[in-house]
Design a protein around this ligand. Structure first.
Ligand code: HEM
Length: 216
C-alpha cells in the first residue's frame, strides 16, 4: 500500500458542499428571525431572504441529486457495516488516542456513521424542510379550506422541528470536522479537495495511466 495525495472531492463536490453550508446558515438565521428568536432583521426582510435562499437551496439539491446519480457517487452513502466500532471510537477511543477504526479509500470516502448521518440528512431532514417549506410558501393556495388553520399550525411546527434537527446536525458535523489529524485538516480537505489515501500498487498504476483522478 502507498499513501498518496489524491483529489477525493472534485470541484463540483466542493462547490455544492460550501454553497449548501452558506445557504443553510442563511436559512437558519433568517428562519430564527421569522420564528421570533431574534430581531436582528425586519420580519419582511427575513421572509424575503429566507424565500430566495430556499429556492436556491432546492435548486442546488436538484442539481446535486442529478450529479450523485450520474457520477455513481450515490453509492458512497449506502449503509456500511462497522457502525458500532465508529460510535465506540468517537465516544471513547478518541479520548485515549486509539487509531480510527476505518481507513479512507476512493471507493469508501465516508465511514459507516458518516454515511448514516448524511443519508438521514438527505432522506429525512432535507425533504421534511422542503416539503413543509413549500406548503408554508404556497399557503395562499390552500388557505380557503376548512382545515387550513390547523394544517398551517402543523406545517409550522414540523418545519421548526426539522430546522432544529438541521441545526443539531450542523453542530455535530462541525465538531466532527475538528477531529482529524489537526483541527482544520478536514476543512482544508474540503477546500483543496486533496487528502492522503492508501492506494494499492495496482490502483496507483491504474490512476496514473487513466488520469481519472488527480494526484499530487
Ligand atoms: C428548503 C426549503 C425551505 C423552504 C421552501 C422554506 C420556507 C419557509 C417559509 C415559507 C417560512 C414561513 C415564512 C413566513 O412566515 O412567511 C419558513 C419559516 C422558517 N424556516 Fe424555512 N424554508 C426552507 C428551509 C429551511 C431551512 C434549511 C431552515 C433551517 C435550517 C429553515 C428554518 C425556518 C424557521 C426556523 C422558520 C420559522 C418557523 C416558524 O416559526 O413558524 N427553513 N420557511
Amino acid at each position: 500500500m502507498i499513501k498518496r495525495d489524491v483529489m477525493i472531492y472534485t470541484r463540483y463536490e466542493r462547490f455544492w458542499h460550501w454553497s449548501q453550508a452558506v445557504l443553510i446558515f442563511t436559512l437558519f438565521f433568517t428562519g430564527l428571525g421569522i420564528h421570533g428568536t431574534h430581531s436582528l432583521l425586519k420580519f419582511g426582510q427575513a421572509v424575503t431572504i429566507h424565500t430566495y435562499a430556499a429556492y436556491a437551496l432546492m435548486g442546488l439539491w436538484v442539481f446535486t441529486t442529478f450529479w450523485n446519480f450520474t457520477t455513481g457517487q450515490w453509492r458512497q452513502y449506502l449503509f456500511k457495516k462497522g457502525i458500532l466500532k465508529v460510535i465506540r471510537f468517537y465516544a471513547y477511543g478518541i479520548l485515549v488516542g486509539e487509531p480510527h477504526p476505518y481507513k479512507k479509500s476512493l471507493q469508501r470516502k465516508q465511514n459507516a456513521l458518516q454515511s448514516l448521518a448524511y443519508m438521514t440528512f438527505m432522506v429525512i431532514i432535507g425533504p421534511a424542510l422542503w416539503l413543509t417549506g413549500l406548503l408554508y410558501l404556497f399557503y395562499n393556495e390552500w388557505a380557503g379550506q376548512p382545515w387550513s388553520g390547523d394544517a398551517l399550525w402543523l406545517v409550522a411546527v414540523l418545519h421548526t422541528v426539522a430546522a432544529f434537527a438541521m441545526g443539531t446536525f450542523v453542530i455535530i458535523h462541525i465538531y466532527m470536522t475538528t477531529t482529524g489529524k489537526t483541527p482544520l485538516h478536514y476543512v482544508k480537505t474540503m477546500i483543496t479537495g486533496y487528502d492522503k489515501v492508501e492506494l494499492s500498487e495496482v490502483e496507483e498504476a491504474y490512476l496514473a495511466e487513466t488520469k481519472t483522478v488527480d494526484m499530487r
